[in-house]
Write a protein that binds this ligand. Structure first.
Ligand SMILES: Nc1ncnc2c1ncn2[C@@H]1O[C@H](COP(=O)(O)OP(=O)(O)OP(=O)(O)O)[C@@H](O)[C@H]1O
Length: 568
């Protein structure tokens, strides 16, 4: 593949626009991008698409001189740059009075959020006659949303854990407002973090930035004392200055007109989430069933004080469920798993509703009536594909969103362009591309796509994880894109099979060995001569003891109780 003649480019220097390469395959594209990157050229065009490589060091290429250079210039007249995309979209919006959208996509750490910020800064800079206050408020919304919606992950110290769509409105070329929509805030992070990851920045920022006096008002201590903050192992990270970012956050509150009592309510909710995380339960064994007792009162008192809720009500909500049927009120006590789930569910609901409130509240300020009769330039900054060691429902949703975007991209770029060329009898070699329609069908077609099955199962009272899995197997076992999952971890196995096995261990093994993880098979083999009850007791002791030894700080002191470090 080497040589100018075959690819249409100079392999040593690379080409600015890869549409000029006569051969366009993965190898040629990567070589071209690499050749340019080695010359510190991080941007490359492919027609109207800008490919960007994250250099992880700031080049001096985003100043006002660059804004002026690109302003009003058509795409392709100047070297590839983010501002070329900003300028083209802005000019097209002005000329045709048509709304524009810039889609920014890539894997975590690729540079999407920085690119969004840089395009916003470009738009703010070319918007000479605009209202300075509105422009400042639009830009200040960003650090506020970052505090509440970004977190340290193993791939990015400032990873956006939500997708956003920002529409910036213009009238006669001046910025008059902006509206942000948020998607898929990662809720699991509020109650659990993987090793070396953190919860949302805002928690660490308030704990580092507030005075001791202020923290006392909310019953707050240092970050390492909170179960919801310390599971990743390290609350401080070198890449972020929590004290400075707390100052930036309070500055953003000020510019966006947050009143004193409004900020106070926000801090109370954040503090309550942390107090919820430090509640632990004591397992109570009784002859007929397992129940729980609350392990500590202090956190309940703080939450009750901060959220103005009755202590009794709170205790009841954390330890039992109330169902009402035909006038009868039945109180069913929780076992330890249900109590932990209920505690975590309340914390997740509190935080995610606060986040939605903040987005709406920002929109109230940045998106006023001027929107009418305006045109918009929107930026979509959404997570790229994710594939972690342990993938959850959140990764499934994120990847589904990306498959859909990829589908749109394929439609738009390949199919439509190819059809146009064919229509005009232009000599055009068909580009082969992987059509991802079958993946989208597997996930979301109706009525049997995986997400549709999940939707249906969620409304059946008798449905369970097992019934959901069985339906997925039934509909998709023969689909080459579908693989029967292996049992992901032993505790999952215990929870889902204890009490459900009607036959002996050997029969069970024979029937299910294809779907079991090797360490579970090993354990079952050891247990072949035991009764099923003995086997489960042994597994429970073995894995839950392991879980207990992993729990942190304050929890490890509580005997026969555990607070939430679970295996899945
Ligand atoms: N154009 C750039 N120049 C220099 N450094 C950059 C650039 N873009 C990104 N970076 C660096 O890379 C880091 C990660 O970028 P960014 O947060 O934008 O990634 P992302 O794609 O939005 O990731 P995530 O999906 O996890 O939010 C930034 O904090 C910054 O240090």
């Amino acid at each position: 593949m080497e040589g100018t003649n075959q690819t249409g480019g100079d392999p040593e220097r690379g080409v600015e626009d890869m549409i000029n390469l006569s051969l366009l395959d993965e190898e040629v594209i990567l070589k071209n991008i690499k050749a340019r990157y080695e010359r510190e050229l991080i941007y490359t065009f492919t027609g109207s698409i800008l490919v960007s490589v994250n250099p992880y060091k700031m080049f001096n290429i985003y100043g006002l001189d660059m804004v002026k250079k690109y302003e009003g210039r058509a795409l392709g007249n100047l070297p590839p740059h983010l501002f070329a995309i900003g300028s083209t979209s802005y000019s097209k919006m002005m000329k045709d009075l048509e709304n524009q959208v810039i889609v920014i996509s890539g894997e975590s750490g690729a540079g999407k959020t920085e690119a969004t910020k840089l395009v916003m800064q470009y738009l703010a800079a070319v918007n000479k006659n605009g209202n300075n206050l509105i422009t400042e408020q639009i830009l200040e919304a960003n650090p506020l949303l970052e505090s509440f919606g970004n977190a340290k992950t193993i791939r990015n110290d400032n990873s956006s854990r939500f997708g956003k769509y920002i529409e910036v409105f213009f009238k006669s070329g001046s910025m008059v407002g902006a509206r942000t929509s948020e998607y898929l805030l990662e809720k699991s992070r509020i109650v659990t973090q993987a090793p070396d990851e953190r919860n949302y920045h805002v928690f660490y920022e308030i704990l580092a930035g507030m005075t001791e006096e202020e923290k006392k008002k909310y019953g707050l201590q240092t970050a390492s004392k909170y179960f919801y903050l310390n599971q990743g192992g390290n609350c401080d990270i070198s890449g972020r200055n929590d004290v400075e970012n707390y100052r930036v956050l309070t500055g953003a509150f000020h510019v966006l007109n947050f009143e004193g009592n409004e900020k106070e309510t926000i801090y109370k909710i954040l503090a309550s989430v942390l107090h919820f995380g430090n509640i632990f339960f004591k397992r109570v064994h009784d002859s007929s069933h397992d129940t729980v007792l609350l392990g500590n009162d202090a956190e309940i008192k703080w939450i009750s004080h901060l959220l103005q809720l009755s202590e009794d009500w709170l205790k009841q909500a954390l330890t039992s469920k109330v169902t009402e049927t035909r006038g009868d009120r039945v109180v069913s006590p929780f076992n330890i798993d249900q109590a932990l789930d209920s505690r975590d569910a309340i914390a997740k609901a509190l935080y995610s509703r606060l986040f939605t409130y903040l987005v709406e509240r920002i929109n109230l300020i940045t998106c006023r009536s001027e929107r009418e009769k305006s045109t918009s330039l929107a930026l979509l900054d959404i997570f790229g594909f994710e594939d972690f060691h342990t993938n959850s429902f959140e990764q499934l949703n994120i990847n589904y969103a990306n498959e859909t975007m990829q589908f749109f991209f394929n439609q738009h770029i390949f199919r439509i362009e190819q059809n146009e060329y064919s229509k005009e009898n232009i000599d055009w070699r068909h580009i082969e591309f992987l059509d991802n329609q079958p993946v989208i069908d597997l996930l979301a077609s109706k009525p049997a796509g995986i997400l549709s099955i999940l939707d249906d199962e969620s409304s059946f009272p008798q449905a369970s994880d097992t019934s959901f899995l069985e339906k997925c197997h039934f509909h998709h076992a023969n689909n080459p894109l579908y693989e029967k999952p292996r049992m992901s971890d032993p505790e999952f196995f215990i929870r889902h099979y204890a009490g459900k096995i009607k036959y002996n261990v050997q029969q069970f093994l024979d029937k299910n060995k294809d779907t079991l993880r090797s360490d579970v098979i090993e354990l079952l083999c050891e247990s072949k001569n035991r009764t099923i009850a003995q086997m489960f007791k042994e597994m429970r002791d073995r894995f839950i003891t392991k879980t207990l030894s992993k729990t942190t700080l304050h929890h490890s002191q509580a005997k026969d109780s555990y607070s939430g470090s679970r295996l899945y």
